[in-house]
Design a protein. Structure first.
Length: 576
């Protein structure tokens, strides 16, 4: 199977046009391939089917969460579009882990690891079954970056389609979602919400299929894939249960056949300009801190030079203009009602904040796609560049003697940008969570959670349970948190994650002791503990790395290969 190439081949009829069966011909043509054809006939395919281009549909459907629950239906319409355009679809499945379900348990450590497993499995099936093109179909957080990483490795004509956001629930006249439930857990523990109200909220917060309903990681990455050019602009906006999603599927089926005909590969689309467009969209929309991990990881797969400092540069020049959950007023479904992601693209493009000439899978430039935006009159979900929520973007990269290689915080504009407080140190998410739920954290504290990084966890688990509980207890403006783990896109407040290097590998966060004074200075992009270099060195000379928490299986494999958060927490095998 050819990978990393975008060259033309003969089509078998004496023409120099690109052979749309550039891979599948090897698997299904000729007398010596009768065995392969016999196997496929056992699954219902005909000779005519096998003479057409074979299009893989990498589906992340799973029944363990609402996020991906509708993807079988979407796949059905993608198949219809492929068949109508002259191709033969073959669907295959890979995994997904629900952050919202596993949050606060040992199961949460599997979430980021699943990104690598998704990428590996898509690559393996693609190499083995030699698809001519692939449609990636994802929803929950790690599925879209995992699919994209696998598609880049294969580098066959490909697109990504997002299953869509969940609709918001309604509780006491307000829109609610899964974040609301986690915040309510904290309020309930603090005696601010009754058990009956918590149960009533739980019952209505997730009303059906679709990924978490704010500008959390799933919707952030879906938007990023559109701004990267791998997904058609506007295709992600319709909610999962909206009937328009069926037409998104049909059009995706037709589009992948056109992408194959034009022989457009992911590596041609994923340029440096494309990544800068995606980062600008994240910054302007108040998107998830997880985007830093995922975009760096995808850039590493693509060979594009991108580092953590690039996010600061783009964020400083990109205003925050989307009024979306978790810190804003509206759900993702409201962005769709306002005109969807094309409205944001046009706003930023018209202001000269995007690379308009960046290519996309549709064949149009990004600027040409954005010109099709249809904004709903009177909407106030996407504001203007001239009158933003905040003059700079939501993402901020901090450095200092706690995090010499960087840390990430997302700010909406109301949080304190300077905070000096007492360190409350915990060597696991579980022990920190117990302290929060038992009301042991008070005003002025800075909660430090370590040994939860890429290796320490392993898996760099999210901490929405803790951050939401602090908000629910009314401590959102008077307590901060730092960790070498990561956060849900639903997290809000002065919560700093991705501290690199992590404690497990001897990062300075391992030297912090209970009662130390920590200073957070967002304006100057600093995160420091008030200790001199000599004291930090002395403490680290006494430090010993804890034993790995897992010594076999997938968790141990991940521990052995994973890189630090500032490298996207990618896995990198040693080949010597």
């Amino acid at each position: 199977m050819s990978t990393g190439q975008a060259g033309n081949g003969a089509n078998g009829n004496g023409s120099s046009a690109f052979d749309m069966r550039h891979n599948s011909r090897t698997l299904y043509d000729g007398n010596d391939r009768a065995g392969a054809r016999a196997m496929m006939k056992g699954t219902g395919f005909t000779d005519e089917d096998l003479r057409k281009p074979i299009i893989g549909i990498a589906n992340t459907w799973i029944e363990t969460m609402p996020c991906n629950l509708n993807l079988r239906r979407t796949a059905k319409y993608i198949k219809e579009g492929i068949r109508a355009a002259g191709g033969t679809p073959m669907e295959f499945n890979t995994i997904a882990i629900s952050d919202g379900v596993t949050m606060g348990t040992e199961g949460m450590k599997t979430s980021l690891i699943s990104r690598e497993v998704i990428a590996d499995s898509v690559e393996l099936v693609g190499r083995g079954h030699m698809f001519d093109a692939i449609v990636g179909l994802g929803a929950c957080d790690k599925t879209l970056p995992g699919l994209a990483m696998g598609l880049v490795r294969l580098n066959v004509p490909s697109i990504l389609i997002y299953g869509g956001s969940i609709l918001p629930g309604h509780f006491k006249g307000e829109e609610v979602d899964i974040r609301s439930v986690y915040e309510a857990i904290g309020a309930n523990a603090a005696g601010k919400m009754s058990d009956a109200d918590l149960k009533a909220l739980e019952d209505v917060a997730c009303p059906g299929a679709g990924a978490c309903g704010g500008q959390y990681t799933a919707n952030t990455m879906a938007m990023a894939m559109e701004f990267l050019g791998l997904s058609p602009l506007g295709s992600a906006s319709p909610p999962a249960v909206d009937p328009r999603k069926d037409e998104v599927g049909r059009k995706a089926g037709a589009l992948i056949m056109d992408v194959l005909r034009r022989n457009v590969r992911p590596r041609e689309i994923l340029t440096r300009d494309a990544f800068e467009n995606a980062i600008a969209a994240v910054c302007a929309s108040g998107g998830s801190t997880n985007s830093v991990l995922h975009l760096i990881a995808l850039a590493r797969e693509t060979g594009v030079e991108l580092n953590i400092d690039d996010f600061n540069i783009i964020s400083k020049n990109t205003p925050l203009i989307c009024n979306l959950f978790p810190s804003g007023k509206y759900a993702a479904a409201d962005l769709d009602a306002a005109g969807g992601t094309p409205v944001l693209a046009k706003r930023l493009g018209d202001a000269g904040l995007l690379h308009g000439e960046a290519p996309t899978a549709t064949g149009e430039t990004f600027a040409e796609e954005a010109q099709g935006a249809q904004e709903t009159k009177g909407q106030d979900v996407v504001l203007t560049v001239e009158k933003p929520i905040k003059a700079t973007g939501g993402l901020n990269i901090l450095k200092g003697n706690i995090c010499p290689d960087g840390a990430v915080v997302k700010l909406f504009g109301y949080e304190p940008t300077h905070f000096r407080g007492r360190a409350r140190v915990f060597d696991s998410e579980t022990s920190a969570s117990e302290a929060v739920l038992h009301r042991q954290i008070v005003d002025g504290d800075i909660v430090v959670i370590r040994y939860e990084g890429p290796k320490g966890g392993p898996g760099m688990q999210e901490m929405l349970g803790i951050t939401a509980a602090l908000i629910g207890q009314g401590l959102g403006g008077s307590v901060a948190l730092i960790t070498d783990g990561r956060f849900s896109g639903a997290t809000k407040g002065l919560m700093i994650g991705h501290v690199a290097p992590e404690a497990q590998v001897g990062g300075p966060i391992a030297a912090i002791r209970e009662g130390d004074t920590i200073v957070i200075d967002v304006d100057n992009r600093r995160l420091d503990v008030e200790l001199d270099d000599a004291e930090l060195r002395h403490r680290m000379e006494q430090w010993k790395a804890p034993a790995p928490r897992y010594t076999e299986g997938v968790m141990a494999k991940y521990y052995a290969m994973v890189q630090q958060a500032n490298e996207g927490a990618i896995t990198k095998p040693k080949l010597d």
